[in-house]
Write a protein that binds this ligand. Structure first.
Ligand code: FES
Length: 232
């Protein structure tokens, strides 16, 4: 997708919905301009330096859309054919030297609980959690849903039905660098914007919340980003 089409896509929900329908027919990802992931200070992130005890929060492809970057500490092998509200898509597994790095939009597919600075009901539980009963799961404590990040964030239990929305990551082995470049559909994003318009305007400013994030996005540990996290 070139920049002109990207800006047009940001301009209105009709374009968003059209893109989502095309995605469903093609069964593919929606491309966005490639964004390099950095640390909190803007220094390019080294993939091999990512800890595996919690998720990192970054925003992509829009300034207000939170995503999780997770080092599972073990390979996550694809491909898997999955279905969500935008249609079917192929989740290709983890990237990085050990194929252990995955990313998902940090918005629950049930009732859109999401990661914000004021708090996050959704989190990655590297250790055991009461609701998951096993380690290494993403849990949404709003209504106790459990997603497995090693299998495309498929829903294992709870109120949610669909998997979390995958972010396409690209790994540059020469520089140990990570980039985000696409989403497996856009309908969840449209729903997120419509549902939280007032909150997002208040936090980011009118129009700003839908702006592209730019060439880089900072990835910050969830414990440093959110004032509190769900405990389930
Ligand atoms: S919003 Fe996440 S389980 Fe209901």
């Amino acid at each position: 997708m070139d920049r002109r089409r990207f800006v047009k896509l940001c301009a209105g929900s009709a374009a968003w919905l059209a893109a989502g329908m095309r995605d469903a027919r093609a069964g593919s990802y929606t491309d966005f301009p490639k964004v390099r992931l950095t640390g909190a200070q803007g220094v390019p992130l080294k993939a091999s330096a990512l800890a595996n005890d919690e998720a990192y929060v970054f925003h992509f492809p829009f300034r207000s859309l939170p995503c999780f970057l997770i080092n599972l500490g073990k390979p996550a092998s694809g491909p898997q054919e999955l279905t969500a509200e935008s249609g079917s898509y192929t989740w290709h597994g983890g990237v990085g030297k050990d194929k252990s790095l995955v990313a998902y939009v940090a918005v629950c597919t049930h009732q859109l609980a999401y990661t914000a600075k004021r708090g996050s009901e959704i989190r990655y539980a590297a250790g055991n959690s009461a609701v998951a009963g096993k380690p290494g799961m993403i849990v949404c404590c709003a209504h106790n849903s459990v997603f497995d990040p090693a299998t495309g964030a498929q829903r294992l239990s709870g109120e949610a039905r669909d998997p979390l929305l995958p972010v396409r990551l690209e790994y540059d082995s020469a520089n140990d660098a990570l980039y985000a470049s696409g989403l497996a559909g856009t309908q969840l994003v449209e729903r997120f914007f419509n549902t939280y318009k007032r909150e997002l305007i208040s936090e980011y400013g009118p129009g700003v919340y839908k702006e592209p994030v730019g060439n880089t996005a900072a990835a910050v540990p969830l414990s440093k980003y959110a004032a509190s996290t769900g405990n389930c």
